[in-house]
Structure formats: C-alpha cells, structure tokens
Design a protein around this ligand. Structure first.
Ligand code: FAD
Length: 450
C-alpha cells in the first residue's frame, strides 16, 4: 500500500507553495505537493516573447505604499525583483476614437465622473433592495451608449471599481501598482520561497516531495484520512489534504469527491464569478505609438464594449522591446480564445490602424494566453458578487472533514490577487495546524484512558 504523508498539498501556485512552506516551518516535513502541470507557479507564469520576459498571468504587485506592507512586495524587495511603477492617472487623456482622434481630456474626465457616480448610485440601490426594500429598480441610472462611455464603463467595471467601493488591497497596502519587469519573471518569488524548504540546486527544485505532471482526479475522504488518485493511476495517502486549485477548477468536474462535497460547499462554490482576463502581446519591427511615460496606457473607444479597449506599451518596462499589450476580459476573452491567433492578429491590427493610421507595420509575432480553456485554471481569478454575505466567504474557506481549502478565492480581503493567494496559503495552514494539534490532544487523552 502507498506510504502515508501527513499532508498532501494539491497545486503549486502561490497559495500551495506558501501553505507547504508554513507546514515545513512547523515541523511537518513529510508532505507531498501534487501539481498538474509541468511547472510551479500556476497563474504566475512568464514566457519569453520578442526577446523579453512577459507575464501571461499576474503582472503587477498591486497595493504598495500604504500603511501596511504588502507581503508580496516584501518578497520582491528581498529578492531584488525588477519592477516598474505603473501610472494610470493619464490613461483617460489617451482615449482614441475610431478615426484616431484623441478625446479632449476634460470630456473624458466628465464621462469618467459620470460613470463613477452612476456606479455608486446603482450599488446603493442594490444595497437597499438587498435590505428588503424592493421599491427601487436595480437598473443602472444611465446606460453607457457611445463608444467613449462604453470604453470608460469597461475600464471602471472590468478593472477598477476602487473609486466605487473600498478595495482592501488599496486601503490596507496602498494605491500604487508595480509591473514586474524581470527576466526571471514574477515566478522567481516562488522559487525563492521554495528554496527555504525544498531541496534545490542551481535554481532548480530537485526535491522529490514536489511531484509535477500529477493531475488529481479523485479525493476519497473519511474520518481516518484522504486517498488521492491522479490521472496516471497513482495513489497517495495522507492524513490531510490542502486543496489549492482555482475556483474555476472547483466549478468544473476535474476532481471527483468521494463522498461528494456537502451542499453548503457546492452552493458557495457556484456563487463565485470567474473572471477571464487576457493580455495579448504584439511584437513590432519598430515603434509607431507615442512613447512618453504618460502615454504608457491608452484606450480605444469602439461601439462594442471591451473590444481591444485597453492598451499598454512596454517601453517603460523594457525600452526598445517594441511590444504592445492589449487586455481583453470575459466575453471578448472567450471569443478570442476560441479563434485562431491569425484571426486575433488581424482584429488587433485593424484596431491599431484605426488609432494610428493605415501605414503602420504589421506585428511580427503575437502571443495569446488561454486561461479559460486551460483545464487546470478555467479562468483568471475569482470575483465575489458585490453584494454577497460573509457566509459565502466562510463556506468557501471552511474545511470538509480532512480536506482544507486554500487559494486566492478563499482570501476574504484579497481574493483575485497574488498576495491573496500567498496569505490564504498561510491562513489555511494555520487552521490545519490547530486541527492537527487538537487531534494529537484527543489521541493522548484516549491513550491515557486506556
Ligand atoms: P494558482 O496559481 O492557480 O495555483 C493552483 C495550482 O493548482 C496551479 O498550478 C494548477 O496547475 C494546479 N492544479 C489545478 N488543478 C489541479 C489538479 N487537478 N491536480 C493538481 N494540480 C492542479 N494578481 C495580482 O496580484 N496582480 C496582477 O496583476 C494579476 N493579474 C492577473 C492576470 C491574469 C491573466 C491572471 C490569470 C491572474 C492575475 N492575477 C493577478 C491573479 C493571481 O495570478 C492569482 O490570484 C494567484 O496567482 C492565484 O494563486 P493560487 O495559488 O490561488 O492559484
């Protein structure tokens, strides 16, 4: 029969690695980490593109410069990760219409203010309705119609919302955001963490407690322990499991639970929204866009909401790289994931020619990440419905017997962020360690009774 470990951690992203590290630091060394893909990092992932290292998943350390220090920023500082401040304040001065004209900044600022006011009012109405007053409708006060209104609505709702409701990341850790621009990638922070408790050599993890290419398909659990079965037919036994897979994976049927998860758990899992966020990278032979630091972010206003709306040039991060990034979300992300990269390139070039004229060069290369169709991710990050009660977060986090849940989606204040994953890993492990010591106490008691 397979040997039994104290704890199996499923998934080696930020939360799984931070969970395993805390276990090791607390003397639980007989742990096993099962990771479905061929690498650690999960949604933190770099790829070489156009001569530089680009981040397909998380790109920013968000929440810096506030009253508390963001732990991921601390990790980055400690390991000398190269980052670049992102100044979004000028983005609304760089909104292009479909004939390449830039909207006057006063006009854009007014539209923006209107959108924020309307979002605040809508939220208030929803809260009132939630308290039993159904007299007012929940429809937004003003529906965005023109291309610039749609562009601003997209920026506000699919990116920001910080102006509408307080977001813990910015309130606690500060409002600054830093783009990771390091050849070693954001994932370098994970290797640094792993080094503290796993055997590594020349930057490679050689510890056989980390098992890559192990796709967990079934968790059999009872009061005595958990049996984990992987796609390749391996069987692992443990006293406890820490499950760090994304909310998208939990909503899919990749992992079977035996016995099935209780209703309170599956209902909570179904309640969360999965956001899809896609950064498309385009490499050009030369620059044709304005390059100043205040031009880093620019916006395309189109009658289709979210259609290649949000752009960034990479010259601040990597001077001379000649790379542009455009971000799509949700419906547009799914649409683009389903078509060929050539098709996407054609669309993106059409939009760029609207903004910068017909004579710009074609991109030499394109990179389109597919987070939605990746069966180990099924989306980019979790989103709690704006009005959701504390019970949902509680039930998302709560263990089921010997299965403990972690991952960014279990972070009450920081879900959707890298630091959310990191802090969730620590949090879940603390809860598990308490449970382990209670179990020991119970065993000791029954022993003395015998
Ligand atoms: P994951 O990183 O998803 O780790 C879970 C691991 O489980 C994965 O490695 C997966 O392969 C593995 N797994 C899945 N199924 C199985 C299975 N059946 N068996 C075994 N292993 C399995 N955050 C920020 O702070 N700043 C940003 O700028 C930012 N931008 C983002 C942009 C994109 C495109 C995306 C996708 C995410 C972004 N995020 C950002 C969010 C951030 O990346 C995540 O919140 C964080 O990395 C999640 O870590 P995690 O450990 O919870 O999950």
């Amino acid at each position: 029969s397979p040997s039994r470990s104290s704890v199996i951690v499923v998934g080696a992203g930020f939360s799984g690695i931070s969970a395993a590290k805390v276990l090791a630091e607390n003397g639980i060394e007989d742990l096993v980490i099962l990771e479905a893909s061929d690498r650690i990092g999960g949604r933190v992932r770099k790829e070489n593109f156009g001569g530089v290292s680009v981040e397909l998943g998380a790109g920013w350390i968000a929440g810096v410069g506030g009253r508390e220090s963001n732990p991921v920023w601390e990790l980055a500082t400690k390991s000398g990760l190269r980052t670049c401040f992102s100044d979004y304040s000028n983005a609304c001065d760089n909104i292009y219409d479909q004939r390449g004209k830039i909207f006057p900044s006063g006009f854009a600022a007014d539209s923006y203010k209107k959108a924020v006011d309307s979002a605040i009012q809508t939220l208030k109405n929803q809260e009132e309705n939630h308290n039993g007053d159904f007299s007012k409708g929940t429809e937004p006060l003003s529906t965005p119609k023109t291309p610039i209104e749609l562009a601003i609505d997209f920026i506000l709702h699919d990116f920001e919302m910080a102006e509408v409701e307080p977001i813990s990341t910015y309130v606690d850790f500060g409002e600054r955001e830093f783009l990771v621009a390091d050849e070693r990638g954001y994932e370098h922070l994970l290797y640094k963490m792993a080094e503290d408790f796993l055997f590594t050599s020349e930057g490679k993890i050689l510890d056989n407690r980390l098992k890559l290419n192990k796709v967990v398909r079934e968790l059999q659990h009872s009061r005595n322990g958990v049996t984990v079965i992987t796609e390749d037919g391996c069987v692992y036994e443990a006293n406890y499991v820490i499950l760090s897979v994304s909310i998208g994976v939990l909503q899919s049927d990749l992992i079977a639970f035996n016995p099935p998860l209780p209703k309170w758990k599956t209902e909570a899992i179904e309640k969360l929204d999965v956001m899809v966020y896609t950064k498309i990278f385009l490499k050009f032979p030369y620059k044709f866009w304005p390059c100043g630091p205040e031009k880093e972010f620019f916006i395309y206003a189109h009658e289709r909401r979210g259609h290649y709306t949000f752009w960034q040039h990479m010259e601040n991060a990597y001077p001379g790289s000649n790379i542009l990034v455009v971000t799509l979300t949700n419906g547009e992300s799914k649409r683009v994931e389903a078509q060929s990269d050539e098709e996407t390139l054609k669309e993106a070039m059409g939009v760029l020619r609207d903004m910068f004229g017909p004579n710009i060069p074609n991109a030499n290369d394109i990179l389109v990440p597919r987070w939605w169709n990746n069966r180990f991710q099924r989306g980019s990050y979790s989103n709690y419905p704006i009005i959701s009660n504390n019970k949902v977060v509680h039930n998302i986090k709560a263990p089921v017997g010997r299965i403990f849940f972690t991952g960014e989606h279990t972070s009450e204040n920081f879900n959707g962020y890298v630091h959310g994953g990191y802090l969730a890993g620590i949090d879940t492990t603390k809860t598990l360690l308490e449970e382990i010591s209670k179990e020991k106490e119970r065993e000791n008691k029954s022993q003395t009774l015998l």
